[in-house]
Design a protein around this ligand. Sequence first.
Ligand code: SAH
Length: 354
Amino acid sequence: MPLKPLFDQTPQELADWCEARGQKPYRARQIFSWAFQKRAAGFAEMTDLPETFRRELAERFHYFSSTVTAHQTAADGTEKLLLSMADGSTVECVLMREGDRRTICISTQVGCAMGCVFCASGLEGLTRNLSAGEITEQILQLDRLLPADERITNIVVMGIGEPLANLDHLLQALEHVTADGGMGIGARRITISTVGLPAKIRRLAQCNKAYNLAVSLHAPNEELRSQIIPVNEGVGLAEVLSAADDYFEQVGRRVSYEYILLGELNDRPEHARQLAALLKSRIAHVNLIPMNPVAELPFRRPAEGRIRRFAEILDAAGVPVTIRKRKGADIDAACGQLRLQQRRDTEFVALANP
Ligand code: SAH
């Protein structure tokens, strides 16, 4: 029988499996606690489990079904992993350090179907959704980069893919980290970023967790938004904002709006004024993201003065705004680019499992 990825199992499924093997159901909690709290490298280390049972586990489950095929470290301490899945698909995930914060950025799909014109991840379309286990493994692999006395403090779901297009698997993975006996990361320290799929935003609101929602708005009017984000055409800006309003109402978490600044396209003072008009009556926060250049794409990061001016207009209108700091600039370029680069078989740093 082919091995199953361990972290595709829900705690209940694993407990049932343990029972079916004549073990107490609490064995499932012990196994997950080894993985999420004690950073075990495999079943063999789980010394409070009977040895025969550890062998049975190894005969049924992959502890890690992915392997680290590239590991880059930037001058500012940001680390990026390229993970290869069992079928050879690759995804990226990132660990960022800022003061006491240890924030990780994870992917939810292999490629992406949304087709945003500035984004490296969608250049080759969508291959498939990641499983819950494959999403979980990114979290565990990044956690293992930290020294023993440090823990992941925040998670942003802003890597490759559209998280709300793979919502069930994402929620199952996040359940592992937020659950008692998991990693102890509260939903309030987890941010899910979406291109803006209204029905899915409403479903996320119903799951009764205080996840933060970030909406990639990127334009203050319908025409420009559809030009930059093709899926907007079938959705509409008003519908995205209304779903985000409902999210705030139901979950009570302030929604943040991401706005990529593309030189000469959506970065004019008039765009800032339109954006301010849309958001000033809302409890919202704008995160300006100056374009990270992608070699294959024609878009540019605007000049610093223009970025500042855009922020000042929002600020003057009373809309809270921050400009996203670029982390890991020397390894990074935008999300999805390491994968793209590797697939094109150009220069990249490959390491044996670190
Ligand atoms: N599909 C989700 C997650 C994508 S990545 C979403 O659309 O929100 C998270 C953020 O990075 C999004 O706001 C996305 O638009 C932005 N992004 C993607 N490529 C970028 C680039 N080249 N430069 C700057 N931001 C980029």
